[in-house]
Design a protein around this ligand. Structure first.
Ligand code: DLL
Length: 435
């Protein structure tokens, strides 16, 4: 069995890595120009020819591609190979408009599985492990991606998909799952359910690989406590293949981007200017090995920063900081930028669990924002603090984090719907009034 920790690639000296990227980029740009009419048109319009690209230093010459381009080219406009050479599609949920359908050749699936295998190995996975995958299967990339990676590592793979918490826990205890793969919000729910049933000492989990949605360090801490595991972050998006574009190692200090397959840039979302290492901006990816859906300079709308500070794990691949969310997740309330993750940080620091809902509305010309948060069972059973006092404390914490007044309502334990996949934290009723 091949060892999916690949030191020759993952710890390659930077100079060598960049030479490999340059070689692959030159080839990929030619391939895309020759095979994707849409891209040829964009490059011609920008006055760039494949011969102008001599390496990664010329990346900035290429035009960006956006989600709108993908929507306009739906379904086949960005295919790099004939449809008969594709073996799979995956798709985004389409909650923010037209679905994006991504295509894969068998080689594309193999390289994606390999990225997920590296993520599992980085979380301590070996062929001795039982890998419990409860990301959704089907069009969503979470289930199929981690499933493929788990096979490559040689773990016993439990293709559970999402939902049915009782069945999840039963398989987990009966088959001794050691690695859990799901969204962090579902991991939190599983932790709650396992502890409520008094089954914590019957589970053998040691690690979790959680991603697909933003989550805070406070939430990581809570999940690690409640499940008795080490929780690793994993990032990816359908357009660039799925999970495994980047993942955390044992340092849990940012996710290593698989730079032999994807080149990352951070840009100023307003001007498109490439920003230096360490500055926060929009993450942009160029795929240098994928063939069926070969995106160049794709704007993810995810905001984060990159670091090349040496990592004690020995991997040289650049690390991206946890994205705080997509630029589209940011709400402007009362003229102030508000991220759900900022609210989560305040709530969890005050001892709540990540069971909350944010409701934004407009009354007349005024924005209103209300955070509903569940009391924990311990809080509900403690008569020494009133709900009004608890609410006042959260209001104060949010005011100091966000600079605006937020209405807070504490609600009974178990009254907020639990997520089985990506949690929907925000209900923005103002959307109803938009054209
Ligand atoms: O969520 C792929 C995935 C599956 C990643 C399983 C990790 C684990 P999409 O449905 O296309 O693909 O959504 C991609 O989700 O642009 C980010 O905004 C967000 N996202 C993904 N991973 C993380 C993460 C999958 N670790 C979009 N932290 C991305 C924060 C994340 N946001």
């Amino acid at each position: 069995m091949k060892n999916y920790y690949q030191p020759e690639i993952e710890t390659m000296p930077l100079e060598q890595l960049q030479a490999l990227q340059s070689e692959r980029l030159i080839e990929q740009v030619k391939f895309v120009y020759d095979n994707v009419e849409f891209y040829r048109g964009k490059m011609d319009e920008a006055g760039v020819a494949p011969d102008d690209i001599h390496g990664i230093g010329d990346l900035h010459k290429l035009p960006f591609i956006t989600k709108d381009d993908l929507r306009e080219q739906y379904p086949y406009g960005l295919l790099g190979v004939p449809l008969k050479d594709c073996v799979r599609i995956q798709s985004t949920s389409g909650t923010t408009g037209q679905r994006v359908v991504a295509f894969y050749t068998q080689e594309d699936v193999d390289l994606w599985d390999e990225c997920c295998a590296r993520a599992i190995v980085a979380a301590g996975g070996t062929k001795e492990d039982v890998c419990h995958v409860c990301y959704g299967y089907g069009l969503f990339t979470g289930g199929p991606g981690l499933n493929g990676g788990s096979h490559k590592v040689g773990c016993l793979t439990l293709p559970m998909s999402s939902g049915n918490t009782d069945r999840q826990i039963q398989f987990m205890t009966d088959l001794g799952s050691t690695i859990l793969c799901c969204t962090p919000s579902y991991a939190a729910n599983l932790g709650e359910a396992i502890n409520e049933r008094g089954l914590k000492d019957q589970i053998k989990l040691k690690a979790g690989i959680f991603g697909a949605e933003p989550w805070t360090e406070e939430m990581r801490h809570n999940i690690e406590e409640s499940l008795g595991i080490k929780a690793y972050d994993i990032y990816g998006l359908t357009e660039i293949s799925g999970p495994g574009v980047s993942f955390e190692c044992e340092e849990q200090a940012g996710m290593h981007i698989q730079e032999d397959h994807f080149i990352a840039e951070i840009i100023n979302p307003q001007t498109g200017e490439v920003l230096p290492e360490g500055e926060v901006g929009e993450l942009v990816f160029t795929c240098i090995t994928k063939k069926a859906f070969p995106l160049l300079r794709y704007r993810t709308r995810d905001l984060c920063y990159l670091t090349r500070k040496p990592c004690s794990c020995g991997r040289t691949h650049v690390r991206m900081h946890k994205p705080m969310g997509r630029s589209d997740d940011m709400m402007v309330v009362k003229g102030v930028n508000v991220w759900p993750s900022q609210i989560e940080t305040v709530l969890l620091k005050q001892g709540y669990q990540a069971n909350y809902q944010i409701v934004v509305d407009r009354i007349g010309n005024h924005d209103q924002i209300e955070v509903q948060v569940e009391l924990t069972p311990e809080m509900a059973a403690d008569p020494s603090v009133t709900n009004a006092e608890r609410e006042a404390l959260v209001v104060k914490g949010l005011k100091s984090m966000l600079g605006i007044k937020v209405d807070v309502k504490v609600v009974e334990p178990k009254s907020i719907t639990r997520s089985e996949g990506k949690a929907v934290r925000v209900i923005d009723k103002r959307d109803l009034y938009r054209d």
